[in-house]
Design a protein around this ligand. Structure first.
Ligand code: SF4
Length: 299
């Protein structure tokens, strides 16, 4: 399979003990079947500890979270006791993969880093050179091209270049992007969007505070740093722009961008991107509801 990734992908490093919002807190963590079987057979004390802290089931297992929804193997220094005792290769797929996401095509798989991880958010949003995607691996026999996908990737490149036109202010670049994709956002004030987002499932109290701020401050966001804004929109396009629904997914990427930028007035951009990603990108239900709203109103 050919694997494509953004240029910053290989520079990602988990900051583990220094992470302020560890992915080992607050999330249900599944264990794939192969790893669960391995954990069941770890000998001695650590094996006993694994068995006592995992609910095993047909699909594999799930860690039994401790108080404050901490993974039972996240120690007080913020490090993983499974890695310390058994090595990194003992991690299950979910733990090993985070914060990576994948988009699957017939001719390639694309892999990216999610903004819900603060180390990934810093890497993505503080980068100065323009975002680009390239092949990082090819171990496939499949050499044919898929014309429909080739057209889509070429069109998406055009969309990236439109967002990366640094001769124009960000507002103008977004207008050009929406025009290129023949789409638009529903006409709503930020107060109205805030009410919509308040009606979605929410995880973090901080996100509720952000939305309450937005409800009271409906003016469009000021964009203090155009380079990080550009990286943010390219990230949303790379993650969500879809071959099946280019108009809808482009509008969704732009909505994500505006709400993140507006939220940044309250929290700063790194934190608003992290919150937005955790609250929306990792909830299929929330994403679907927002896509439905865009679809029903405008596209
Ligand atoms: S959120 Fe990112 S930096 Fe923090 S522990 Fe998880 S992978 Fe590491």
């Amino acid at each position: 399979m050919k694997i494509f990734a953004p240029d910053y992908y290989k520079d990602f490093r988990c900051i583990a003990g220094s992470c302020q919002h560890s992915c080992c807190i607050g999330w249900e963590i599944d264990i794939d079947r192969k790893t669960a079987d391995f954990y069941k057979n770890v000998p001695e004390n650590f094996g006993k500890r694994l068995c006592e802290n995992i609910d095993f089931h047909e699909e594999g297992g799930t860690f039994r979270l401790c108080e404050n929804e901490r993974c039972p193997f996240l120690n007080e220094k913020g490090l993983c006791d499974i890695i310390i005792n058994l090595g990194e290769s003992a991690l299950g797929q979910v733990c090993d993969d985070h914060p990576r996401f994948r988009n699957f095509y017939e001719s390639r798989t694309e892999i990216g880093l999610g903004l819900c991880c603060e180390a990934a958010a810093k890497l993505i949003l503080e980068k100065q050179s323009p975002f680009s995607v390239s092949e990082i691996e090819d171990d496939s026999e499949f050499t044919e091209t898929v014309p429909e996908e080739e057209r889509f990737f070429a069109f998406r490149e055009k969309a990236f270049r439109t967002v990366q036109n640094r001769n124009l202010p960000m507002e103008r670049r977004i207008e050009n992007l929406l025009e290129l994709c023949e789409t638009s956002l529903p006409e709503k004030t930020f107060s109205e969007w805030a009410e919509i987002y308040l009606g979605l499932e929410r995880l973090d109290k901080k996100w509720t505070e952000v939305l309450e701020y937005m409800a009271k401050n409906p003016s469009p966001p000021k964009i203090p740093d155009e380079v990080s804004a550009e990286q943010l929109l390219c990230y949303y396009l790379f993650r969500h722009f879809s071959i099946e629904e280019p108009e809808l997914s482009c509008a969704f990427a732009v909505l994500n961008f505006y709400i993140t930028e507006k939220a940044a007035e309250y929290t700063g951009l790194l934190e608003s991107a992290r919150l937005y990603s955790s609250e929306i990108e990792y909830s299929d239900e929330n994403k679907e509801k927002l896509l439905d709203i865009i679809y029903e109103t405008e596209v």
